[in-house]
Design a binder for this molecule. Structure first.
Ligand code: APR
Length: 359
């Protein structure tokens, strides 16, 4: 038997080695008992639907940690089945991860990162904002449970309308603002880069870009901060072509809803896991995310505690949102950003009106 720290390490990493350090012929056990206990990151994903399950897929494939996939009791079989199915990819894809499906939040205890995807997706003809009533309620319930069982976690919210859901998670959890993030910009900028690469016929790897603002039609793409292998985009594409890519990125989600009859999930999940990876590996990546701003970007100047979560470039590391990266904007960009922030404020006001306890 292992004791103390070694026992915890055995439990977390090798629960299937009951003979850990227990006698002859158990070489791994004796190695295990001497090693410094290092725990894998624990990543809980709430909502085992399209986005949640695909997040689990990317996280497992990148071997980011142990994964807990949570859904409502009626759909616990789906969460368990997807977890088992994914675990069975391990031998082929060569990742080690404990992957659990559950409806019991006790299984999420002490998660390092919790991704919230629970909620309704869009149907054709719906805007993200149409989901507000039903999804605030879901995100509120989920966040209460998550905060109770993982008080030190970093929360990444994906459910839509994103800017309102991040606010809800912040209010309900009471977590410090650097541990609350929303996934939007990582996806939006990936869409913009994809359309540029299609237009140019070049590798997406060489395209670097940035955007700001809310998730949706009022995002603020920044062609001025877009380059291809270091070459400014306006030296390679006409203004008309750039505008076409900007406009397509803005409605990129809606384009997919029309085609599939439900929201996108590969790219939203991929953007989310880019954020998770930056956090669990303390990479200090600069990614546009919905992050808390007061003075930053002129969101709520001088109003302590009365800020909003809006899309801005941030440094992501083990502490969560480690810094909002400021940029100098032109007059036009500032105007677009102000419009986007104003939409976020309207959304939050709607949440506060519908759910006065969240004001
Ligand atoms: N707790 C846990 N899971 C829940 C809860 C809850 N209270 N309420 C709903 N869910 C689960 C559903 O049972 C379902 O399995 O959330 C899952 C949502 O999955 P999908 O319907 O497939 O929706 P998805 O496409 O994953 O989108 C989820 O992410 O990108 C956003 O706009 C999208 O808001 C939507 C969310």
């Amino acid at each position: 038997m292992c004791h103390g720290a070694a026992a915890r390490a055995c439990h977390v990493r090798y629960p299937f080695f009951p003979a850990c350090g227990a006698g002859p012929g158990t070489g791994l056990g004796s190695i295990q008992s001497r090693r410094t206990p290092v725990r894998r990151a624990k990543i809980s994903i709430i909502g085992a639907g399209n986005v949640g399950a695909t997040c689990a897929h990317w996280a497992a494939a990148k071997e980011l940690g142990d994964i807990v996939l949570v859904d409502i009791p009626d759909r616990v079989g789906v969460a368990q089945g997807k977890a088992l199915d994914l675990a069975q990819c391990g031998p082929i894809e060569r990742f080690d991860a404990n992957i659990t499906g559950t409806s019991d939040y006790k299984d999420t205890a002490n998660s390092d990162v919790v991704v919230i995807t629970a909620g309704m997706p869009r149907k054709p003809g719906m805007s993200r904002d149409d989901l507000i009533g039903v999804n605030v309620k879901i995100v509120k319930d989920v966040t209460e449970q998550v905060a109770k069982h993982s008080p030190n976690a970093i929360l990444i919210v994906v459910s839509n309308p994103l800017d309102a859901m991040v606010y809800t998670a912040w209010k309900v959890s009471g977590f410090p603002t650097h541990r609350i993030l929303g996934q939007a910009g990582a996806l939006d900028v990936a869409r913009f880069r994809t359309f540029l690469a299609m237009k140019l016929g070049c590798s997406i790897e060489d395209i670097s870009s940035l955007l700001l603002g809310g998730h949706g039609d009022d995002m603020v793409p920044l062609p001025r901060f877009t380059s291809v292998a270091g070459i400014p985009i306006d030296q390679l594409l006409s203004q008309a072509d750039i505008t076409e890519c900007v406009e397509r990125a803005k409605v990129g989600g809606g384009e997919i809803v029309k085609l599939m009859g439900t929201s996108a999930y590969y790219a939203p999940a991929s953007g989310t896991i880019q954020m998770v990876e930056a956090i669990v590996k303390d990479k200090k990546r600069i990614v546009p995310c919905a992050a808390y701003c007061e003075d930053e970007y002129g969101v709520s100047p001088g109003q302590k505690g009365k800020g909003y979560f809006v899309g801005v470039p941030v440094v992501l590391g083990s502490k969560g949102m480690e810094k909002v990266v400021p940029i100098k904007m032109t007059g036009d960009e500032s105007k677009l950003m102000a419009e986007s922030v104003s939409h976020v404020k309207d959304l939050v006001a709607t949440v506060q009106k519908m759910f006065p306890e969240l004001a």
